[in-house]
Design a protein around this ligand. Structure first.
Ligand code: ZN
Length: 332
């Protein structure tokens, strides 16, 4: 039997400014899921409200968007029971599918808050249907709301949006309409937990680019000094390339580089430095074969970066002159 898909959607509540608990900013109040078999046929559905442990009032925006009231939640089990029931329902061989990247992070945060068995030690693989929608039907970059995508694909609308069971069903229906064969190779990784060691770091090969996610570091410079994070490997053979344009940055969060593989030509790398929710700094790098125009674009970035550096140096020099002058004036 091939792998099943668990299309998941959550609704969560949050605290008012004074009652907010930073360990669980978003408390799950509803879990909805649809189970699809390997042929993407719907084989089962899961729906449950969750009786809250932390926030005993529904936040006004949550009430407005979801229309869920405390009255609705009455009689439901608390998170640990619902979660155990849900995981049992999921089975053993499945991959999560969600619309966007938030649900699994918040689910895992709730699991951690209640000290339950974690879904994964490090990053968790899943399919982001919102991203796949963009790759299949759009430009690959844009991210539409679930309702917009449902409208565009003319999927029949039954229950209201922003409820876990109906949103999970809409997401599943969108997923069922995707036909591109290699789409499911575009895995996403939920980073509620970053890779813990170098050996656990993510090296993923997609049809058109490769992706690397580093372990967590205490600061940005350590990421840039790490030999793996700072490398630029060939998309095709994985060998180190010779840098043609070394990593250049215009804002210290995003770096670009070009390198040449003797066999496969020019590669373009994009390294993003990110901060995780727990403060850890990590690198997320994508590499793809260079296209026409890439070199010109990167040379321009290089120029801008150099000009910025010059400006900064000049500013610092002027400042120190000013300080020196003030000191001299004070003593003259
Ligand atoms: Zn190569």
């Amino acid at each position: 039997m091939s792998k099943e898909y668990i299309v998941l959607d959550l609704e969560w509540n949050q605290g008012y400014p004074k009652t907010e608990n930073s360990d669980i900013p978003f408390e799950v109040i509803e879990i909805g899921a649809v189970k699809l078999n390997g042929d993407k046929e719907i084989i089962d559905r899961f729906e449950s409200f969750v009786w809250p442990t932390v926030y005993n009032r529904i936040y006004f925006m949550t009430a407005k968007v979801t229309c869920i009231s405390m009255e609705d939640l009455k009689g439901s089990d608390r998170f640990p029971e619902v979660y155990r029931r849900f995981m049992k329902w999921c089975g053993n061989d499945f991959i999560f599918c969600t619309w966007g990247s938030m649900d699994l992070t918040e689910l895992r945060r709730n699991v951690s808050f209640h000290k339950l068995t974690p879904l994964a030690k490090g990053p968790l693989e899943y399919l982001d249907i919102q991203k796949l929608y963009s790759l299949e039907f759009d430009d690959g970059k844009s991210r539409l709301s679930l309702e917009k995508a449902v409208n565009i694909l003319e999927i029949e609308k039954g229950d209201a949006f922003h409820r876990a069971d109906s949103d999970a069903l809409y997401t599943a229906e969108i997923f069922r309409r995707m036909k591109k064969r290699d789409l499911e190779k575009y895995l996403s990784f939920d980073l509620y937990r970053l890779p813990g060691t170098r050996g656990e770091e993510i090296h993923a090969a997609f049809p058109t680019y490769s992706k690397y996610i580093s372990r967590g570091f205490s600061d940005r410079r350590k990421v840039l000094r790490d030999r793996e994070a700072a490398s630029l490997k060939c998309f095709y053979c994985g060998n180190n390339t010779t840098f043609h344009i070394p990593w250049v940055s215009v804002n210290s969060k995003q770096y670009y580089a070009m390198g040449k593989c003797p066999e496969h030509g020019m590669m373009r790398g994009h390294l993003r430095i990110r901060k995780n929710w727990d403060g850890a700094i990590y690198g997320m790098k994508t590499i793809r074969p260079a296209k026409q125009g890439d070199e010109g674009e990167l040379r321009q970035k290089e120029k801008t970066a150099k000009e910025q550096e010059k400006k900064l140096k000049k500013m610092l020099r002027n400042q120190s002159h000013q300080i020196q002058k003030n000191n001299d004036d004070a003593f003259s």
